[in-house]
Design a protein around this ligand. Structure first.
Ligand code: SAJ
Length: 415
């Protein structure tokens, strides 16, 4: 089965870079389907909402974006890249995956390949897609081929991209896995074929849970260093000189994004249902969720020591990490809420996030910082394009959650 036209369902942080790589590296025609009509219109007009994706890449005549599933009908491969968030109860929410699967099943035909890339718990690909396809008279492994392949898109990363990052693929059957490998090898340098879709699904959860736990460890080690009055960063930098058996992670105001704080819950939820406990992962998620408390404690100590009331605080960096415009799950919101409880006036400055919803209304990023305009600044995310020297000169002190300033800079308090 030689793929020539691919339908990518969901063209956001994962689907758009994937679709562009298929066109650029696999010489494939791609139909990017999304239920977000504004996103589809912007993409067809050559505008990407992702600051790290160059608009010029959208000009290919092999690329079409649509919200009409009928335009997917003559594809031979379908790749589902929709979000897997948590619901209001904090449980896995497969609503988008199920809707995308229904869209695919409405147009899929004999001989086609269907790949799920959304990060999810083991068994999702098999449990969601097999019954839908069977209901349409299509038997997985003979009539149609179904795989899971984990996305490894790191927004803003420069040294690796979709083509150069090894791609893990696992099929619902061995034949499915082989068809999946053949497809991805059209535009990815290295495909890692694993035995089953469940192995591929679990490998992705291992990746992001590993990250969440190690970030939590860095946050706890920061508290340890502070308790011992020893510079955390000096100690971490020294430990990182070990050429084997050690990987540095760094403390922050919390773990944002729609993956690292969320994906581990897809693992723990499934494991708890199986009757097992995950004490370490549970503790790590709690530590990350409370990490913003360090910044609030520093602010509270300064306000108390100086007997300030009604201070003006500028929060710098609303995005969940450096170099992106995404504010989902950003610790910025917890810090903003806690600052209000300190009887402070709160504004924010993020060149990549011109506006956001905060305190139930739309807030706009300030354009610049005038001397004396704010009593203090909190560096939540060390966004590029900010004059941090000028910022420090414009306020009484800076609470730095990201090691923005050199160790020992006067007027900077590390949190
Ligand atoms: N963080 C720390 N300390 C660290 C590293 C990160 O506090 O040492 C924080 C960041 O500031 C951020 C959060 O953790 O708030 C997560 O950042 P991240 O770089 O670890 O990961 P993400 O969320 O950007 O992960 C992305 C995800 N993909 C997409 O968002 C499309 C994820 O699925 C990928 O597996 C991951 O990149 C990757 O592979 O790097």
């Amino acid at each position: 089965m030689k793929t020539t036209k691919v339908g990518v369902i969901g063209v956001g942080y994962v689907g758009l870079p994937l679709a562009l790589t298929m066109v650029e590296q696999g010489d494939l025609n791609v139909v990017g389907f999304d239920t977000n009509h504004q996103r589809v219109a912007a993409l067809n007009a050559g505008r990407s909402e992702l600051v790290h994706v160059d608009d010029a890449r959208l000009s290919s005549n092999k690329l079409l974006f649509t919200s009409d599933p009928e335009l997917l009908r003559d594809c031979s491969t379908y790749v589902i890249c929709v979000p897997t968030p948590l619901d209001h109860a904090g449980l896995p929410d497969l609503t988008a995956v199920r809707a995308a699967a229904q869209t695919v099943v409405s147009v899929v035909k004999t001989g086609d390949l269907v790949c799920l890339e959304s990060t999810t718990y083991p068994g999702t690909t098999r449990d969601v897609l097999t019954p839908l396809l069977a209901a349409g008279g299509l038997n997985v492994g003979t009539d149609v081929f179904v795989c899971f392949s984990s996305e490894r898109e790191d927004p803003g990363r420069q040294n690796f991209n979709v083509k150069t990052t090894p791609k893990v693929v696992g099929g619902l059957t061995l034949a499915c896995g082989e068809v999946g490998r053949e497809f991805y090898e059209m535009f990815v340098d290295s495909v890692v074929l694993v035995k089953t879709a469940e192995v591929a699904e679990l490998s992705k959860l291992f990746e992001n849970t590993h990250r969440a736990v190690n970030i939590a460890l860095a946050n706890e080690l920061k508290d340890c260093a502070d308790a011992l009055k020893v510079d955390f960063y000096a100690a971490m930098d020294a430990a990182a000189t070990k050429p084997f058996g050690f990987t540095p992670y760094y403390p922050g105001p919390g773990v944002g994004g729609h993956c690292i704080p969320i994906d581990p819950v897809y693992l723990t939820w499934k494991v708890h249902i199986a009757g097992y406990k995950t004490p370490l992962i549970d503790a790590a998620l709690r530590i990350n969720d409370e990490a913003h408390g360090r910044a609030i404690q520093v602010l509270g100590e300064q306000i108390w020591a100086n007997v300030w009331t009604g201070i003006k605080i500028l929060l710098v960096g609303a995005a969940y990490k450096k170099g992106v415009s995404d504010v989902r799950e950003s610790p910025f919101f917890k810090i903003a809420g806690a600052c209000r409880s300190l009887d402070a006036t709160v504004k924010y400055f993020d060149p990549l996030v011109p506006a956001l919803e905060m305190f139930g209304r739309i807030e706009y990023s300030v354009g610049e910082v005038l001397p004396g305009e704010y009593d203090c600044a909190v560096i939540v995310t060390d966004q590029p394009g900010i004059n941090y020297k000028k910022l420090l000169e414009s306020v009484k002190f800076v609470v730095d959650c990201r090691r923005t300033y050199p160790d020992g800079t006067e007027g900077v308090i590390r949190a």
